[in-house]
Design a protein around this ligand. Sequence first.
Ligand code: V47
Ligand code: SF4
Length: 377
Amino acid sequence: MQNTLLEHHIPKGLRNITSKVVNNIRITNDEALLLYQKGEIGFLGALANTIREKTFLEIKTFFNRNFHIEPTNVCVYSCKFCSYSRLYKHREDGWELSVDDMLNIVKKYDGIPVTEVHIVGGVHPKLNLDFFCDLLQKIKAHRPDLHLKGFTAVELDYMFKKAKLSPKEGLQKLKDAGLQSLPGGGAEIFAADIRKQICEDKVDAKGWLEIHKAAHEIGMHTNATMLYGHVESYEHRIDHMSQLRDLQDETNGFNCFIPLKFRNKDNEMSHILEASLVEDIKAYSMARIYLDNIPHLKAYWPMLGRNNAQLMLNFGVDDLDGTIDDSTKIYSMAGSEESNPSLSTEQICQLIIDAKRVPVERDTLYNEIKTYQLNEV
Ligand code: V47
Ligand code: SF4
């Protein structure tokens, strides 16, 4: 092992694992569990940061300019952690946008240099594959340069089953209509015993992974998430990340991993205390240490809060997502302190610079658009 400062602080029992991590050797699930159980945050953070700076992009820190469209919050499913969905039977609480409504949202950004639209919502029983193909085609026709990222595997699973298409056939149709990549939502925690407790009626782990695999096989990149800090254990988190690491070995189609902190406001899991900041730091650091084949680790600031997202830049994170400046409701409704998530390019760059990193605007596929210097912000 290199003779680094780190060496003097290695906790008992973690010397071999540390040596593997700093030498870019993959760690096993048992080793990850030991790190989770025995590593304190300074140590885990130093490891995660070492990997991030050595293997992934030194101190570059990415953000993009994007906006979100949420077609509906009506949902046939009943995930217990969800503060956002309104069941079909309570439709008076829900909204449902037409293709024209959504096109009007896109038109609001005419002349504004956004590069991506992120389209995710509830699973409405009446909105089908043809509706979304029509939407994608119309957005593309209006603004061909906008990258269309959309639909969680949960929405896709429902759409494809209704259309009686395989994931590959359904995804090909969406791709032909203009879809370019998939966000990472709906993964939660893969283990069946946890899904049974928190989201028993939607697509299972096998279905989620099949859809992402099919997307990778037709040339789309996708993201992956993990909802942490509720009823799951460290073992469940490692099992979740291990299924992602295995698929990534096969397809290399995941661009980034996003740990999503469970927020407890106004949902059926409100009695569960939210994870502490120490646990957040462990979740992010461990993700960077364990997922040696997923290039980017994103802190989604509207959910984590901008200050904690900034802090994570020292714990393996190299991406803060976007300068979202519209209404991303899913987190404000679940209790994030970011009740109106909006950060200008200047503000996001300042957060990054204050953490002694270099802000780089990227597109969805992490092509670099512009590196910002201190005096430009
Ligand atoms: O799957 C729902 C999560 C996800 C709560 O790919 C909650 O770039 C915390 O996946 N507390 C959807 N989390 C959002 C998502 C996402 C967001 C930003 C960027 C990307 C990307 C993906 O939101 C759901 C679920 O895991 N979620 N309710 C809650 N109470
Ligand atoms: Fe529906 Fe998604 Fe909410 Fe689950 S998390 S109830 S699938 S909107």
